[in-house]
Every structure is written in C-alpha cells, then in structure tokens.
Ligand binder design. Structure first.
Ligand code: ZN
Length: 201
C-alpha cells in the first residue's frame, strides 16, 4: 500500500471524495488538494453548503423528488401543466429532463424498476402514490420515461396495467432512448425529441 502523504484528517477527506461518482483515488487527491489550497473561497463555503443541505434534505411525499421542502419546488409550481405526470426511475432522470427544458409538467420518481433478479418487487417502488395521483381529477396523461432494458419495460407494462381502469392516457418516450439513470448522459436536443415523439403505450 502506498504511504500516506498527509495526516489522517486529510486522508479521510481524500477517501470520501474518492467515493463520489466519476472520481477515482487520483482525482480525489487532486480535488482534496484544490479544496485545501482554496480554503477561504471553496472549502469553507462548500462545507457550509453541505451542512445546510444535509440538514434540510427531504423526500417529497407527493412525487419522491429530493428537495429542501415537502411538497418539493416542482410540485408547488403552479405554472406547470398538472395534467401530465412524467414517471422516472431516479431523481437524476428528473434533473436531466428539467435541465433539457423538454417538458413543463409534474414528475413521479419510482426509486428504481421492478427486477426479479435483484428482488425488487412492486412494494419496493413508489407505485401506490402514483396510482393515487393519477386518480386525481385533472390528470390526463402519464408519460413513462423508463429505461429500454427488460426490467424497465416490465415496469412500464406493470404500471400500464395498474392505470388501466383510469381515464388517463399512458405514453412512453420515443423508441431507442437509453433511460433510467442514463438520461443524464443525453444531450438536451435528444431528450426534447424523445418527449415530443412519445407514443401511446
Ligand atoms: Zn414533489
């Protein structure tokens, strides 16, 4: 094992940074050193921002989004088209769709997809609340923005059956879009096109 170049406090900072997505041990060391050098302008405000965020983070009881208020900023936004609910696997998909500006609707975060292999069953997902929301008057369409994987499609069929008795249209994103924690990697034009070219499920 390589020798430590710094005291345990700094080593701990490096180890924690290395757990972030996209950062390996080498870039974590670089990031740690950068933070230490920019103590006043970066390390102090960052640790304060993390402390405040950590204290206030809540999961929205309506849609499953993470925010610092419940209901979340999106659910409270009355300028949105509340007749459309976009169903996504993960909060990262919601953020990607929002960033693309592809649609000005409400969302529903499932928290995963059904997966017999991984033991993910309907009761593990945020499905009851989705049915409740879709039952509310004024909801006309549910867009399933789920991955093109077998599990994603199984989940899409399951949800379509769940909503079958309701007077809502169920649609899915244009074919061939890799989604489900992967929406983030798509450029905004592709995302917008996938929403525009959605088809009835
Ligand atoms: Zn919400």
């Amino acid at each position: 094992m390589a020798q430590s170049v710094a005291g345990p406090e700094i080593e701990r900072l490096i180890q924690l940074l290395a757990r972030l997505p996209g950062l390996g041990p080498r870039s974590a060391r670089r990031a740690a050193l950068h933070l230490i050098k920019k103590r006043e302008t970066l390390l102090n405000p960052l640790s304060e921002a993390m402390r405040v965020a950590n204290e206030r983070i809540v999961v929205c009881s309506s849609c499953g989004n993470v925010d610092t208020s419940d209901p979340c900023t999106i659910c409270r936004d009355h300028r949105r088209d509340a007749s459309i609910i976009v169903v996504v696997e993960d909060v990262s998909d919601l953020w990607a769709l929002e960033r693309s500006g592809a649609i000005n609707a409400l969302y529903h975060v499932l928290g995963g997809v059904l997966s017999p292999l991984d033991g993910v069953r309907p009761e593990h997902l945020n499905l009851d609340r989705l049915v409740e929301r879709a039952t509310q008057s004024g909801v006309a369409e549910v867009i399933l923005a789920l991955s093109a994987t077998v599990d994603g499609q199984t989940t899409a069929h399951y949800i379509t059956d769940l909503l079958n008795h309701l007077p809502v249209k169920v649609t899915k994103l244009a074919h061939g879009v890799p989604v489900g924690g992967e929406l983030d990697y798509l450029d905004e034009g592709t995302l917008s096109a996938a929403i525009r070219q959605r088809t009835t499920f």
